[in-house]
Design a binder for this molecule. Structure first.
Ligand SMILES: *Cc1c(COP(=O)(O)O)cnc(C)c1O
Length: 476
């Protein structure tokens, strides 16, 4: 039995190892959208389902063919989405988790995974500048009352929902029982992630009560205009559930002025939530830290490790300045349950919507622990620097323009021509498959958008992309 595990595992590992080499080769394609019916045939999916036998050579062939059909995130010309090209240690973590299947809501079901999640949460809390949670059983746990807390979730969207539930039970403790009244609003940046609108829908506020904050011409929140907005909302008998700041926004990657926003929220006793799903990297980078100045004023922060932290998806975290607010997010009076049992660890279950939960902390830990904090910070600030170099290059060209000076690894740019032209160019690029980028609506126009996230991407790949866009533009 043990041999078969190693034999099959070796076949799969060899295929993965080849994949790591070939998928980073810029002379291969990044993306190839094969029709579903061909994939079903090529992978013999229906035959395998009926007859089994996915082992040995068959397993190797399946792995090989499957890998050929993937979109290649490690490729230097994969410049599309905010999802990591994972570190190999993250992949090992996913495999260890896959086999052990220890889950992370109840301590007895996974003591090591729960401990590691707890440690990773404390690591993030400390980086923000908050007080980490004391270890269960320690002297501090008996005496401390004021400290931060959090929980890892399968994705930032769920983390945003959890943050708004924490806000609701902190500020309006009866609403878990009574339901959300019709006059409640969430104030979000113009460029906020769509998961916040979904949150408003799910919580019964209604999407239209997710209201955009005043913004400057680049889409950053304008704090000076918030007090007047609050006055108007008060006159209309609206209740503000929370104010949200981006760190950073999804479309153009800009950071909102968190310090000023946080001070306004403190003054008006409003929950301040910071969406740092993509941009949390700035928290750990000395050179970029100024971008998140004031983040410690937040009541809650979300942080995705499967974006800029080289960790495989999904791996996100919701962090709160006062741990009691995450304990009560899913009920107003459950916080005492946390200490109720006589056990050497904690149960994270009451902090999350999920019941069974995978070993998210292990994936993040094994990645950060392979690289070390400094190398990880160098990677994150290096991707931002590369993006700023790309913006400088764009600004030196007569036929292209940049949407805004980048603050992170995201850049919006366009070639001379109308909106349709940008969309047509991306379509042609996708069909060709040697570059993978996205488009976005920003400042009321369509832009080409690219994200430097693969460790293999360099400025010369971006210059090659510009040349290819020019060629396509001529042919349109
Ligand atoms: C990606 C992103 C999210 C959603 O996170 P998922 O992990 O994809 O669910 C939320 N907010 C921002 C700013 C993001 O960039």
């Amino acid at each position: 039995m043990a041999n078969k595990f190693i034999d099959d595992g070796t076949l799969v590992l060899n295929e993965l190892s080849d994949y790591l080499d070939t998928s980073a080769d810029e002379n291969t394609t990044v993306i190839d959208q094969v029709p579903m019916k061909d994939i079903i045939n090529d992978l013999s999916l229906l035959d395998l389902l009926e007859n089994g036998g996915l082992e040995g050579e068959r397993l190797q062939k399946f792995t090989h063919d499957y890998l050929n059909l993937t979109t290649k995130l490690h490729h230097p010309q994969c410049l599309a989405h905010q999802i990591s090209a994972p570190h190999s240690n993250g992949a090992y973590a996913a495999m260890i988790d896959g086999l052990t299947n220890n889950e992370t809501s109840i301590y007895e079901m996974g003591p090591a995974t729960t401990t590691i999640e707890y440690i990773m949460i404390n690591w993030m809390l400390e980086k923000i500048g908050w007080t980490p949670s004391p270890l269960p059983g320690s002297v501090e746990a008996e005496t401390m009352t004021e400290y931060a807390g959090g929980v890892m979730t399968h994705g930032g969207s769920l983390a945003n929902l959890t943050a708004m539930l924490a806000a609701r039970s902190a500020k309006f403790p009866n609403l878990w029982r009574d339901g959300t009244p019709g006059n409640m609003v969430i104030l979000v940046p113009e460029q906020s992630h769509y998961s916040l609108k979904r949150t408003a829908g799910i919580m019964g506020l209604g999407e239209r009560n997710c209201i955009a904050l005043p913004a400057d011409q680049d889409g950053r929140v304008l704090p000076s205009e918030i007090p007047a907005m609050l006055e108007t909302l008060k006159d209309e008998n609206k209740q503000v559930l929370a104010i949200v700041g981006n760190a950073c926004g999804t479309a153009a990657g800009l950071y909102d002025p968190l310090k000023e926003m946080g001070e306004i929220c403190q003054k008006h006793d409003i929950w301040f939530h910071v969406d740092a799903a993509h941009g949390a990297g700035a928290i750990i980078c000395d050179e970029l830290r100024y971008l998140v100045e004031g983040i410690e004023l937040a009541d809650s922060v979300i942080w995705d490790a499967h974006k800029m932290f080289r960790t495989p998806a999904l791996c996100a975290t919701i962090l709160v300045k006062d741990h009691r607010h995450i304990n009560s997010a899913f009920s107003q009076d459950a916080s005492y349950m946390f200490h109720e049992k006589d056990q050497p660890g904690v149960d994270l279950a009451l902090r999350t919507l999920e019941c069974t939960k995978s070993a998210l902390g292990v994936k993040m830990f094994m990645t950060v622990a392979a690289m070390g904090e400094q190398k990880l910070a160098d990677y994150i600030s290096g991707r931002t620097k590369l993006t700023q170099d790309a913006a400088e290059y764009i600004n030196s060209l007569n036929d292209f323009e940049c949407g805004v000076t980048p603050e992170t690894n995201i850049i919006c740019f366009r070639i001379d021509g109308d909106d349709q032209r940008q969309l047509d160019i991306r379509k042609k690029l996708l069909n060709k498959g040697d570059f993978y980028i996205t488009t976005t609506k920003y400042k009321n126009r369509w832009w080409l958008r690219r994200v430097f996230i693969s460790t293999a991407s360099e400025l010369r790949h971006f210059k090659k992309l510009i040349d290819e866009i020019r060629e396509i533009n001529k042919s349109l």
